[in-house]
Design a protein around this ligand. Structure first.
Ligand SMILES: Nc1ncnc2c1ncn2[C@@H]1O[C@H](COP(=O)(O)OP(=O)(O)OP(=O)(O)O)[C@@H](O)[C@H]1O
Ligand SMILES: [Mg+2]
Length: 264
C-alpha cells in the first residue's frame, strides 16, 4: 500500500537582496513510498536531498507540486490537531541534530516532549525513555541530565533516533542520520529502523552520500543529481547496471572493499 505520493515537486530558492537570483534546488520530482519500504535517496552535496526532506516534513513550502500522505494533501493541513497528527506519523531525523534541539532543554525534557505528540499512553514515561536510550546504545544515567551541547555529535544523533523509537512513526525521513556515528554503532542504529519496519510497518527514506551503505540497507535506491531523480531501482539494478553517468561515478567511489564483498 502506498503511503506517500510526491508529484512534480519543485523548489526554487530566491537569494540576494538587490540582485535576486533563483536557485532551482529541486526540479519536478515524483515518487511513491509504500508501507514498510526502505528507500535510500543518494546524491552529492547540494543535489537537493535535504530540501526534498524538509518539504515532505512540511517545514519548507514547495514552489509547486504536491505531497500526499495517506491520501491527504500535506500542505492543506492547517489545524494544529491535523499537524500534530502528521508529525506523529512522519518523523524527521536531521543531518545536523544540533539545530533541532532547544539548547535550554536537558535531554530528559527533549525526550519527554515526544509525549506531547503521542498523548497520554498510560505507561511509565521514564522507563520508556530509558529503554529507548538503551536501544540506541546510550546509558540513560549518563545523558538524561545533560544539555545538548554537553554531548558529542554522534550522541546527539542517537538521541534523535531514540525519539523516533519512542514515536514509532509510519514514515521516517532520516537525513544523514548516522554520519557522525562510528561504524560499529551505525549498524545498530540502522538495524533499529529495520526493526521498526518489521514490528510497526514503518517506512524509511534514508538520505545519504554513501551508495555502498544504501546498497546494504535499502529495498529501493533513488539517485538524485542537480535537483532531479536521475535513476531509481533495486539496489542490485542500480549497482550492477547503472544507467546514468552520475550513478556510474558514484559506484566507482564505493570503497573497493565493499565491492569485493559484494562482487560488483
Ligand atoms: N535556505 C536556502 N536558501 C538558498 N539556497 C539554498 C537553501 N538551502 C539550500 N539551498 C541550495 O539548494 C541546493 C540544494 O541544497 P540541499 O541542502 O537540499 O542539498 P543536499 O543534497 O541536502 O546537500 P548535502 O549533501 O550537502 O546536505 C543547493 O544548491 C543549496 O545551496
Ligand atoms: Mg543535506
Amino acid at each position: 500500500m502506498v503511503i506517500l505520493e510526491v508529484e512534480n515537486l519543485t523548489k526554487i530558492y530566491v537569494v540576494g537582496l538587490l540582485r535576486k537570483k533563483e536557485i532551482l534546488a529541486v526540479n519536478n520530482i515524483s515518487f511513491r513510498v509504500s508501507e514498510k519500504e526502505f528507500i535510500s535517496l543518494v546524491g552529492e552535496s547540494g543535489s537537493g536531498k535535504t530540501t526534498t526532506a524538509r518539504m515532505i516534513l512540511r517545514l519548507l513550502k514547495p514552489t509547486s507540486g504536491s505531497i500526499r500522505f495517506q491520501g491527504r494533501d500535506v500542505w492543506s493541513l492547517k489545524k494544529m490537531e491535523d499537524l500534530k497528527w502528521y508529525w506523529r506519523q512522519v518523523h524527521g531525523i536531521f543531518q545536523d541534530p544540533f539545530a533541532s534541539y532547544n539548547p535550554l532543554y536537558r535531554i530528559d525534557r527533549v525526550l519527554n516532549q515526544v509525549f506531547n505528540l503521542i498523548g497520554d499512553i498510560g505507561a511509565d514515561r521514564e522507563s520508556l525513555i530509558r529503554e529507548a536510550l538503551k536501544e540506541v546504545g546510550l546509558r540513560p544515567d549518563e545523558v538524561l541530565g545533560r544539555y545538548p551541547h554537553e554531548l558529542s555529535g554522534g550522541q546527539r544523533q542517537r538521541i534523535m533516533v531514540a525519539r523516533c523509537y519512542l514515536l514509532k512513526p509510519r514514515l521516517i525521513l532520516a537525513d544523514e542520520p548516522v554520519s557522525m556515528i562510528d561504524a560499529s554503532t551505525r549498524a545498530g542504529v540502522l538495524n533499529l529502523f529495520s526493526r521498526l519496519r518489521d514490528e510497526y510497518g514503518t517506512s524509511v527514506i534514508f538520505i545519504t552520500h554513501d551508495l555502498g551503505l544504501a546498497y546494504y540497507v535499502s529495498d529501493r535506491i533513488m539517485i538524485m543529481y542537480r535537483g532531479e531523480i536521475v535513476e531509481e531501482g533495486s539496489p542490485e539494478e542500480v549497482m550492477e547496471n547503472p544507467q546514468h553517468p552520475y550513478t556510474r561515478k558514484l559506484r566507482e567511489d564505493v570503497p573497493l572493499l565493499y565491492r569485493k564483498w559484494s562482487g560488483f
